[in-house]
Design a protein. Structure first.
Length: 277
């Protein structure tokens, strides 16, 4: 009996709490057998988490997620018609969880030590993946999502966009990441993905920056409001953290070093007058 990759098992529940629809491939928890999530020091384990969120486009308009042991991605996102995922049409936006273990081919090789050597400026340096695969491979480190889209710079379905961003938010919340989102083009000069338009400043070949921005905002924008009274005993440090975050937003810095949780940010918005006392 193959072992279970344990670190992602809570992901379906986190997606559900965020209001995102997902389907699960039977046996997804077993992944690719002995192919393990690996830490930067080279240690592989069934209990390790991935180290980053890697966004791709499929370069096609429809896709059928393959069986778990053959999947090139951990998840696929598109419009689900009950049989296949599509880039456009009347299907339901859906995250299809394919495998909880690393994928052999999705991230591949071509590590770039500085993202600005390409034709765009990514706001995050790539994960510095070390270990038995060497610094050029991200296969054992990144959770990969294949977004059903032709990759021609054209519009992405709004619901599909929300689910790509929401999946990234879920992973960041699960593992306490601050900024771990990469495009495939962030990692290798051989690739252009993702490339689509959603009506944001970096549409097209720079759209990974829009994904990064949306995930950063998704980590702090309110979901369901907590009971304000539960935060009456916030320390001065907590309030200062909230104040510093608001200043970052005023100065249009969408990636502060210490982002708030969604609950903290909602409370801050509701209690901003506390700083005027």
């Amino acid at each position: 009996m193959p072992s279970v990759h344990t670190s992602l098992l809570e992901l379906p529940n986190v997606l559900d709490r965020l209001g995102l629809d997902c389907l699960i491939e039977p046996g997804w928890e077993y992944g690719h057998g002995n192919y393990l999530w690996t830490t930067p020091d080279g240690y592989g384990s069934y209990d390790n988490p991935p180290s980053a969120y890697m966004v791709h486009h499929t370069a096609g308009t429809t896709a059928t997620p393959p069986p778990t042991d053959l999947s090139k991605a951990n998840a696929w996102v598109g419009l689900w018609d009950g049989t296949r995922l599509h880039a456009s049409g009347s299907g339901r936006p859906m995250i299809f969880l394919s495998t909880a273990g690393p994928c052999r081919t999705s991230s591949g090789y071509g590590y770039r030590p500085a993202a600005w050597d390409y034709s765009f400026e990514d706001r995050r340096a790539p994960v510095n993946a070390e270990g038995p695969d060497g610094v050029t491979a991200l296969n054992r480190y990144a959770f990969n999502v294949e977004t059903v889209h032709p990759g021609d710079g054209g519009p992405i379905d709004p619901g599909v966009w929300d689910h790509v961003v929401g999946l990234g938010v879920a992973l960041h919340l699960m593992y306490g990441w601050e900024e771990r989102t990469l495009g495939h083009l962030s990692w290798t000069r051989r690739k252009i993905d993702p490339k689509w338009s959603v009506g944001l400043p970096n549409d097209g070949s720079r759209c990974i920056i829009d994904v990064q921005d949306a995930i950063a905002k998704g980590l702090v924008m309110p979901g369901q409001a907590p009971n304000i009274n539960e935060c009456e005993a916030w320390s001065a440090e907590s309030w200062q953290k909230a104040f510093d975050y608001n200043e970052a937003l005023i100065n249009e810095n969408t990636h502060p070093k210490a982002p708030l949780t969604k609950e903290e940010y909602f409370v801050f918005q509701d209690r901003q007058g506390a700083f005027d006392d």
